[in-house]
Unconditional design. Structure first.
Length: 283
């Protein structure tokens, strides 16, 4: 008599050619196993051994099916956008993290206006390894996009260190390497800001009290040699105030943008250093 493992292999090989096995019909599969032809060919002469091998074969059949079902269930709480995966609040890994961590400054989900910055960068791609600072990063969608899709060298910053476990999770599932640190807009120094060519921020100006520190950071960034700042927002009044300040002092443009899937309606404020006027040639 064959060993159980050999008998299982014989049974699986025998059954694999039948539609009953492929369609996972338990009744038809068991009837097939009980047939004299199947038992004799597989070398399983008695009911007990046949049942053991049947159970083993059935387990082998359903393990990959269960894995697919688990993955499908997981993807119900995730979405793909601009080449990255973004998890929703109902995802099991997000629920697990929320039992241990409580972000306090609206770092509770991936905000949709982050997609507007991604859309802008799709049309205005970065050079490879461009140093990027993503301020008010939250769960990190913009930084992860810049790292994975744009191949930038990304550092994320947020005032609330409770968001970093969610950032790390997204970084891991997207295989997007990045670094991060805790700070506030007004605490960033000229020396720190001078390391970056691009600064991004999605939904980072939602309170009136954020206008002053954000504007201070913008001015320091321009003085430090940052080439471009991108800030997205649905159009709140604090954002509008920052946009007005930027338009007076820098080469700033507020762009209205929309996306269909998912539906997003908002603005991207692009800030660049003021272009120097060309000196007039002497007569």
């Amino acid at each position: 008599m064959n060993s159980p493992s050999a008998a299982f292999l014989n049974l699986r090989e025998r059954l694999s050619g039948f539609s009953a096995f492929e369609s996972s019909s338990l009744l038809n599969l068991w009837v097939l196993c009980l047939s004299r032809d199947c038992g004799e060919i597989c070398g399983i002469p008695n009911f007990q051994d046949l049942w053991s091998c049947f159970a083993e074969a059935l387990s082998a059949l359903y393990q990959p099916m269960a894995a697919r079902k688990k993955k499908d269930e997981s993807m119900k709480h995730a979405r793909e956008a601009f080449g990255i995966t973004l998890l929703k609040s109902g995802h099991r890994d997000i629920r697990r993290l929320k039992r241990k961590h409580e972000p306090s400054i609206h770092g509770t989900k991936n905000w949709n206006t982050s997609l507007l910055i991604m859309s802008y960068l799709e049309e205005n791609p970065l050079k490879k390894k461009t140093p990027v600072l993503d301020v008010g990063c939250g769960w990190g969608p913009v930084g992860i996009y810049c790292s994975k899709v744009q191949k930038a060298k990304v550092v994320c910053m947020d005032a609330d260190d409770e968001v970093f476990p969610f950032l790390k999770l997204h970084s891991e599932i997207n295989e997007a390497p990045l670094n991060y640190f805790q700070s506030r807009y007004e605490k960033l120094t000229l020396s720190e800001l001078s390391d970056y060519k691009l600064i991004t921020g999605a939904d980072i100006c939602f309170w009136d009290e954020l206008i002053k520190p954000l504007w201070k950071m913008i001015q320091k960034a321009m003085d430090a040699g940052v080439k471009e700042i991108l800030i997205s927002d649905p159009g709140r009044s604090p954002f509008e105030e920052v946009a007005k300040k930027a338009a007076k002092k820098y080469d700033a443009k507020k762009m209205h943008m929309t996306l269909d899937e998912p539906s997003v309606n908002g603005y991207v404020l692009r800030i660049r250093p003021k272009k120097k006027a060309k000196a007039k040639k002497g007569v």
